[in-house]
Write a protein that binds this ligand. Structure first.
Ligand code: NAD
Length: 312
């Protein structure tokens, strides 16, 4: 197949792109490199630097494409609280630009990578796709708004659409911003530096951590799965892990001896989030195979940034 990935030089985009070229597909990648790193990409990926709002560029990249994976986005939740306009421009505006260009060029399918963040706090766990979304940040709002645009424009113009709500993905190559790093990478980095793992509140808050290779399996299946048009499907591990247990696992896997501190003053309540993945099993034949402990070990082994810190 001929595939375009937006956000191709990012964590999930590059993992997907490299897997697709290994499987013999022709892959074009678009990324503005605001956080992405093109060195993550196999030389077989045809990479173009550019903005997802650049419609002429989208037009030329979309020629002869069978399926688009749309991942380009700003992804740091606390940053979205400070800069909601920017998040709207890229995450919502960029999606609308892409859908318009797909309509004009005539592309068959788009797989939009949305987020479990759209659910916010839910009583019922694990959370199913029919739960009423309750976005709690401009980032989450932008992903939900983008889902609606994808589905609505897709339905109006005959473009097949599939939205994947990915939960807390982690693994080698994940972008580590100087502040507000994703918790798995932040803990690994801190542990290897013999630094401090800071747990907000009592650490009872839970998330669903899913290893990048499992996410890539789901994304791969999404390009050809039958009878998924207009659907929204969760992609997670289906397992709920507290931040306290995550910290303990990081300590055990790294063999380090970091200080683990609880900060009651930054207690954000004990929210829970875990994916019900039965729909992904039915529609995408999805079965996550990497446990959190194995995923943490693989991340340590495969992420050279962590090896340097580990002194190996
Ligand atoms: P990432 O930051 O590594 O990837 C996003 C990529 O988009 C980056 O390479 C960035 O340079 C690029 N980008 C940003 N603005 C752009 C623009 N205007 N034009 C073109 N490219 C642009 O993050 P990621 O974790 O790989 O996330 C990829 C997608 O998956 C995002 O849409 C994100 O919302 C979604 N997602 C990720 C997770 C996760 O846990 N990693 C969970 C749920 C959803």
């Amino acid at each position: 197949m001929h595939i375009l990935i937006t956000g191709a030089a990012g964590f999930l985009g590059s993992s997907l792109a490299n897997r697709l070229v290994r499987e013999g597909h022709t892959v074009r990648g678009l990324d503005d490199l605001s956080t992405g790193d093109p060195s993550l990409l196999s030389p077989d990926v045809h990479f173009t630097r550019g903005d997802v709002n650049d419609r002429p560029k989208l037009w030329s990249l979309l020629q002869d494409i069978d399926c688009v994976y749309h991942l380009a986005a700003r992804v740091v939740v606390p940053e979205s609280v400070l800069y909601p306009r920017e998040y709207n421009l890229v995450n919502v505006g960029g999606t609308v630009s892409l859908m318009e260009a797909m309509r004009d060029v005539g592309v068959r399918r788009v797989v939009f990578v949305s987020s479990g963040a759209v659910y916010g706090d839910q009583q019922q766990q694990p959370v199913r796709e029919d739960a009423l979304p309750d976005p709690r940040s401009p980032y989450a709002v932008s992903k939900l708004a983008a889902e609606f645009y994808v589905k609505t424009i897709g339905a109006l113009w005959g473009i097949e659409t599939l939205c994947l709500r990915v939960f807390n993905a982690y693994g080698p190559g994940q972008h580590i911003p100087p502040v507000h790093a994703p918790v798995v990478m932040a803990f690994l980095r801190q542990a290897l530096n013999n630094g401090t793992l800071v747990i907000h509140g009592d650490g009872g808050q839970t998330r669903d951590y899913v290893y990048v290779d499992d996410v890539v399996n789901a994304m791969l299946a999404a390009s050809t799965a039958p009878e998924v048009n207009q659907m929204t499907i969760n992609v997670g591990s289906g397992r709920e892990t507290s931040v306290r247990d995550l910290a303990a696992m990081v300590v055990s896997v790294t063999g380090a001896d970091p200080e683990v501190v609880y900060n009651p003053r930054s207690d954000r309540g004990s929210s829970r989030l875990c994916a019900d993945i039965s729909l992904a099993g039915d529609k995408l034949n999805f079965k996550p195979s990497i446990s959190l402990e194995t995923g943490l070990r693989l991340t340590l082994e495969r992420d050279s940034r962590l090896r340097v810190r580990n002194g190996k």
